[in-house]
Every structure is written in structure tokens, then in C-alpha cells.
Design a protein around this ligand. Sequence first.
Ligand code: SAM
Length: 241
Amino acid sequence: MQEWFESWFDTHYYHILYKNRDHEEAELFIRNLFNYLNLSEDKSVLDLACGKGRHSILVNSLGFKTTGVDLSEESILTAKESSNDRLDFFVHDMRLPMQNRSFDLVLNLFTSFGYFNNDSENLQVFDSISSYLNADGLLVIDFFNAIKVKKDMLAVEVKEIEGIKFEIKKSEQNGFIIKDINFNDKGRDFTFQEQVQALELEDFERLLTKANFRIKETFGNYQLDNFDKDAERLIIIAEKL
Ligand SMILES: C[S@@+](CC[C@H](N)C(=O)[O-])C[C@H]1O[C@@H](n2cnc3c(N)ncnc32)[C@H](O)[C@@H]1O
């Protein structure tokens, strides 16, 4: 049986529902993040769980050799349309190490973590990253702020996008934020589910420490304001020890 994250992210409905997470949003974040990181142009960047590559394309346009990987074959097919000699994309599972590749910076952006059922798979992701991250390399994680998500959670939300009415039921179960997504398109009913672990800063700290990373800095939004319990995002900059 397929895991939810193998099927849902591979549909075009996922891209319709999250249509507002677009190029402009990515541009704001990448511009601010790279100003802060102040990397020299010889550094190489991996966008881990890149989707259709909206961040990878921008990072490459800043002059960096960039690779984007994702589990979704459909998303990688679209991303590949933007490939060039310093920007490549391929299908890869973030839980696995990579052969013959190494990077100076790994980006894991827009809640591309917390999908797995246990800590050992979470750790597998960080251990794999550590295996292909160069010495002094950095890892940037952009995750939701679980404290705020839980506080502001509406039980049901309806969003109409491109003529499709998505009914989204949200709940918290066993430490996961569950979204049940139901809609009808062209007379056919669809049901998908998202299950993302409600990881807080302390959880990341524990996992990252186990994988030999140290948290260097945190931010609370794409403008890089401070992180606190009301912040929109939890953005973590971690360094490999
Ligand atoms: C919320 S989306 C974010 C995509 C992209 N970072 C963006 O901002 O547009 C999460 C992505 O994680 C990918 N993903 C899920 N499980 C994965 C895995 N085990 N390995 C690699 N990518 C995975 C999905 O296919 C999806 O593209």
C-alpha cells in the first residue's frame, strides 16, 4: 500500500490546493535567506523535497550549482523543464543517502518533513543529509510552527480553487496534524489525507543533536523575523558538527 505522501503529492490536485505557495513567496524567502547566509558562489546547494523546483530555480538564478530531488515523479518531470548545466533534478527518497554527490547547503523547505511514523525514519533523513553534506555544511529546515497551528486550528475549512471545492477537516491525533481532504472533480469524489508530525523546536533539537547537527539560528517567517510561539513558521539553520 502506498504511503499518503507518495500518492497525494504526486497529484495535480495537491498543486491546485497549495497554488498560493508560489514563485513570489519562494522569491521573498530565498532572497532573505541567501542575504543572511552570505555564501560564496562556489558552494553547491541541494533542495531536498523540491516539488516542482520553485526554490531550486531561484537558488540557481543566484549563481549556485543546484540540485533538486523529490519522491514525486510528476513534480520532477515538471522541474526538469527548467534544468540547465548548473541545475539538475532527479527522483530521490529523502530517507536515503546519495551516491557520489556532496553539497555545502541542504534546504528542506515548506513543511517537507514529519511525514514518517517514527523517530527512526526522521533520524534516517538527518543521518542521510549528514552523509552528503560537506564539512561546515548547513541545513535549513522551514517547517510549520506546531504551537500556532494547534492553537489556530479550525475543525473544517472549505476552499474553492479553480472551480474545485476542497473540504478540509483538521484534527490532532497522536502528535500528528491530520488533514482529511475531500472534493469532487468532474463528477468523481476524491479523498486524500495529510499527516504531518507536530514537531516543535525541542523535537528538532533532539533529532538534530542525535544526527550531529547544532542549531545555529531560528527564524519565525520568510522575512526572517525572530521565532516565537506566535510565529508563522519555524525556520531552523543547523550546522553539521
Ligand atoms: C509540502 S511539499 C513542498 C515542496 C517544495 N519544497 C515546495 O516548497 O514547493 C512536500 C514535498 O515533499 C515530497 N516528499 C514527500 N516524501 C518524500 C520523501 N520521502 N523523499 C523525498 N521527497 C518527499 C513531496 O513529494 C512534496 O513535493
